[in-house]
Design a protein around this ligand. Structure first.
Ligand SMILES: [Zn+2]
Length: 465
């Protein structure tokens, strides 16, 4: 019989509408699968985890992270999007060796496990050679978390890969032969702990024949597309979604990252084509992409996933994203109320709620990642990807509303236990993986990369000391 784990007595925030929130609930895991959710469950031979007074949630889903940038974490705290393009992509990316991608991906995925993120969409636009792809996948594999490896493209110069030699679009294509190799070599099944996506640049960044090639490649491979759209002025004036529509390339289950400046017409294209959005609110606010339009997406019934995007500029965890989007989307609505001249005694209408925010960070994120059939909620039959939040911690207790406790009070330090695919990867607040080797590798990678680039404005000197 499969190994069994019984989690007892938690505030179970299932994110499954049929189950709801079970106070003092139990969850039985058999092997890699959630077997039962309820009260007073018993399983004589099970390992029992007493979670009385703690909060049990589905593992968080990070729907878009350039994990390869973990080895240059926080090198660019003061960057805007436009300076990021030159400072990170033009400067660091061409210097990356396969071992840098490996070290960054392993460390970044371990960071996820520590923070209660059980699924990571690794948006890997660092395929400077096929060996870079192998290295990125190896890092994800060794971490033990669930992930979507979004196979991307090279990043050897902006002119080649983002804007084109004449600033009218790149002529470089994703390496189709290598993408096919990766699909066959690592992802011949879609049931594994790691599955595949395609990370593309899309209209306004690429010549039309490149866009068509990459979209048709995704269709041939049978994987979902993830693409950045409507961030800052990039794509704003010419309409990336209308461009895709004109080429008949609006595929279902495509993830539109950022989407800050989509027009009303384009929002309807996302909805009507069965697309979804990944929003990185901390980064979008900090770096000037625009607002994180979660409320707009929600009104249209478009799934919203949260994401951390770049560790170069902000912390990469879902508590940060939840705080950022809760504040920014409510802030926008409050500001509109001010403009509507409400009398100050009337509460601002139509504010988002903390329950929406937790849903975006979990089950909706799983929809965006394309794997809601197996994760994102505490549902019998789904994989056991679960997180226990310490309800007794000094910044969490006393609990009145457990959802509010997760969204408004908790942080990474309260992530007590993390289970991925039925395996306990963190307990008692400690990761089970050994960190010394991976940390040494990522620090060596940092030393190498920093030594290869010109010092950047605003850098402190610690990394060069
Ligand atoms: Zn991004």
């Amino acid at each position: 019989m499969a190994e069994r784990i019984l989690i007892r007595g938690a505030y179970v925030l299932s994110q499954d509408p049929a189950i709801g929130e079970v106070l003092g609930g139990d969850v039985l895991i058999e092997g890699d699968t959630i077997a039962q959710v309820g009260k007073g469950l018993s399983a004589a031979d099970a390992q029992v985890i007493d979670a009385t007074g703690d909060i049990l949630i589905p593992g968080f889903i990070d729907t878009h992270r350039h994990t390869w940038e973990t080895s240059i974490r926080t090198c660019a705290p003061d960057y805007a999007l436009v300076t990021y393009f030159s400072g990170i992509l033009d400067n660091f990316a061409p210097k990356y060796r396969p071992e840098d991608v490996y070290a960054a991906n392993l460390w970044g995925a371990l960071e996820c496990a520590n923070a209660g993120i059980t699924t990571l969409v690794d948006w890997s636009h660092i395929i400077n050679t096929p060996a870079h792809a192998d290295a990125g996948i190896q890092g994800l594999q060794e971490s033990g978390i669930r992930s979507v490896y979004a196979y991307g493209f090279g990043n050897t110069s902006l002119q080649a890969w983002w804007f084109g030699p004449d600033y009218t679009g790149s002529v470089e294509r994703i390496d189709g032969a290598d993408a096919r190799r990766i699909r066959q070599q690592y992802f011949s099944s879609d049931d594994g702990l790691i599955t595949m996506g395609l990370a593309t640049r899309g209209t306004n960044f690429c010549k039309p024949d490149v866009v068509r090639f990459e979209w048709e490649l995704a269709k041939e491979l049978g994987v979902n597309i993830t693409v950045h759209v409507a961030m800052d002025r990039f794509g704003y004036t010419k309409g990336q979604l209308t461009g895709l529509r004109d080429m008949d390339l609006l595929y279902p289950n495509t993830t539109y990252v950022h989407s800050s400046h989509l027009t009303d017409e384009e929002w309807l294209l996302v909805r009507d084509s069965g697309g979804n959005v990944s929003l990185a609110p901390q980064i979008e606010l900090q770096m000037g992409h625009g607002w994180a339009p979660a409320q707009k997406a929600e009104e249209l019934g478009i799934p919203v996933g949260l994401s951390s995007d770049v560790a170069t500029t902000a912390s990469a965890d879902q508590f940060t994203q939840m705080h950022a989007i809760f504040a920014s989307e409510r802030g926008r609505r409050h500001a509109a109320s001010w403009d509507e001249n409400l009398d100050g005694l009337t509460p601002t209408p139509d504010l988002i709620s903390c329950r929406q925010v937790l849903r975006w960070a979990t089950i909706d994120g799983a929809k965006v990642a394309g794997i809601a059939d197996r994760t994102g909620s505490i549902t019998p039959g789904k994989k056991a990807d679960l997180v226990i939040i310490d309800g007794h911690a000094v910044n969490v207790a006393p609990i009145i509303d457990p959802v509010a406790a997760v969204v408004c009070a908790a942080d990474i330090s309260n992530v007590d236990t993390v289970i991925v695919d039925g395996r306990i990867v963190k307990s008692g607040g400690k990761l089970h993986a050994s960190l010394d080797g991976p940390r040494k590798a990522v620090e060596e990678s940092r030393d190498y990369l920093v030594s290869k680039v010109e010092p950047q404005a605003g850098w402190a000197v610690a990394a060069r000391a």
